[in-house]
Write a protein that binds this ligand. Structure first.
Ligand code: GAP
Length: 489
């Protein structure tokens, strides 16, 4: 899929009520988006797929919904106050700010496109080393050596590279003078860490066990790129899996495989995914890998799996002065009790918006249909039926002769179990196209024959095949095709 098709996906998302720029009437707000009437349904379904797979399918994983605001010390303990920053550089002429590593990555891509692979490899290695050493002077030197110009001003008049913290701060309290500085959480994970013992004790959880949560996270990203790929307000779905120290390697491999299998179940093809090991590890990790998706603009991170050691719990214990230890009554191979320890953690962390974008890109198809004079193109979203915003469209052929009444009866029966779309305006072909574009897997059409013999036509989105079936058969067909079991078993 090319950049050109990506543009089509973005305009499709707007035209069909999936994603709108935030506060659009005021010309939008950078890197902030709203989900429309169909987007919210797809997003809810994707979240549910994750929740069911991670929580419902695991007896030893439970959920949590922690607050966005947390005690400011949380972010000291987690390392975000001191270490959650990006290396930034400003162009003095355009006054535009860029991530230094992104400028260099773009240059590497250009070298690759021009067939200068040796130069690309050399620059990649130098960039990796500079990031690993956190060497800001070297990043600036690379920008100068490779004659990188500002895309706006076209000049090489750069400032030094500086670290820029990505957390949004605000004040809590009535009076500015005695208000406390609080942060909008940059990850949901810390809500899990600070509740680790609450959940473990009240849920009588035994190691290994996990806590999962979904929710908003906020980062003051400097570079807003590629639609909902890099946002300032986004949603994460994270799970922290608490384990015995020194078992992290085996659990890391376990979750790598489990998460990849979860993605592949969506049916978009395994070639769309790959692992990418981190060279530069985050401040909390002793191993980390991304699951990358083949977006129209190339393979990019969709999910991270991190071996977080005991970094977070240890720091929270130290800063809060509260013991965050687990008592393990089981015996090791020498018959000795494991006793008290701070658990190690494997984290799986996926951005819901990136998953949404991947799903939209992978399911978006433009197809030639019909022949001769009837030749046409249709846009269709080949979504797994259980994820589609609407499962069934109910379409009386005409707005008269008692057809809407029969259609309404069918709708009344189905809507308790399936999200249904009712429409009686426009020619039936036009209505089918609109449902294809929303990804609705089934259309039920009610015509005059329905009045005579209690039958309807069912149309299948992917094949466009139409079948005459009894009204009494509708539920049976839907139940067979629309089920979580297809994704979860
Ligand atoms: N708790 C670990 C953590 O937050 P991360 O790699 O910084 O790790 C995890 O983020 C996931 O969150 C990423 O893989 C990505 O899917 C999503 N994500 C991160 N920043 C994002 C942004 N600015 N916009 C959209 N999604 C983002």
């Amino acid at each position: 899929m090319s950049e050109e098709v990506f543009k089509k996906v973005v305009s499709h998302a707007k035209e069909y009520g999936f994603v709108f720029p935030s506060s659009e009437i005021y010309d939008g707000l950078g890197a902030v988006y709203d989900y429309g009437q169909n987007g919210v349904e797809l997003k809810n379904n994707l979240r549910q797929y994750w929740w069911k797979a991670m929580v419902q399918m695991h007896e030893n994983i439970v959920g949590l919904d922690a607050a966005i605001f947390m005690h400011p010390k949380t972010w000291k303990a987690s390392g975000h106050i001191d270490g959650f920053s990006d290396p930034m550089i400003d162009n003095k002429d355009s006054k535009k700010r860029y991530r230094a590593d992104n400028l260099l990555e773009d240059k590497i891509t250009r070298y690759q496109k021009d067939g200068k692979t040796i130069k690309a490899d050399e620059l990649q290695a130098a960039l990796d080393q500079a990031l690993l050493d956190n060497n800001l002077v070297q990043l600036k030197a690379l920008i100068e050596q490779h004659e990188i110009v500002c895309p706006i001003s076209g000049t090489r008049n750069w400032t030094d590279v500086r670290q820029f913290n990505l957390m949004f701060a605000t004040e809590m309290g009535a009076m500015a003078e005695d208000a406390d500085k609080v942060y909008l959480r940059p990850e949901t994970a810390q809500g899990i860490f600070v509740n680790f013992l609450n959940v473990q004790k009240t849920g009588r959880m035994k190691i290994p066990f996990g806590i999962a949560q979904t929710g908003k996270a906020f980062r003051n990203e400097i570079i807003a790129r590629q639609f909902i790929m890099r946002m300032r307000e986004f949603e994460q779905m994270e799970m922290q899996f608490f384990i015995r120290p020194s078992t992290q390697k085996e659990w890391y491999e376990h979750w790598k495989a489990a998460r990849m299998a979860w993605h592949e179940k969506l049916g978009f093809g395994s070639a769309k995914y790959r692992f990418h090991d981190h060279v530069k590890l985050a401040h909390y990790a002793d191993a980390a890998v991304d699951i990358e998706f083949d977006y129209p603009f190339g393979f990019k991170e969709m999910e991270g799996i991190h071996s977080r050691t005991d970094f977070d719990l240890k720091n929270h214990q130290e800063l809060s002065g509260k013991k965050l230890q687990y008592f393990d009554a089981e015996l090791d191979e020498n018959g000795k009790a494991y006793g008290n320890y701070i658990p190690y953690v494997i984290e799986t962390s996926i951005g819901l918006d990136r998953l949404f974008l991947a799903t939209l890109c992978a399911s978006f198809k433009e197809e030639e249909v019909g022949e001769g004079e009837k030749k046409d193109t249709r846009v269709v979203l080949n979504l797994p039926p259980i994820l589609a915003p609407y499962k069934v469209a109910i379409l009386p052929l005409l707005k008269k002769d008692g057809l809407p009444e029969v259609a309404r009866e069918i709708m009344k029966d189905l809507k308790t179990d399936y999200n249904c779309f009712y429409e009686e305006k426009d020619a039936i072909g036009k209505r089918y196209r609109r449902q294809d574009a929303l990804g609705t897997p089934f259309c039920i059409t009610i015509d005059h024959e329905s009045l005579e013999n209690k039958t309807v036509t069912i149309r299948y989105r992917d094949t466009m095949v139409q079948e005459r079936i009894g009204i009494s058969q509708i539920r049976e067909i839907l139940a067979k095709e629309i089920s979580w079991g297809k994704l979860l078993s």
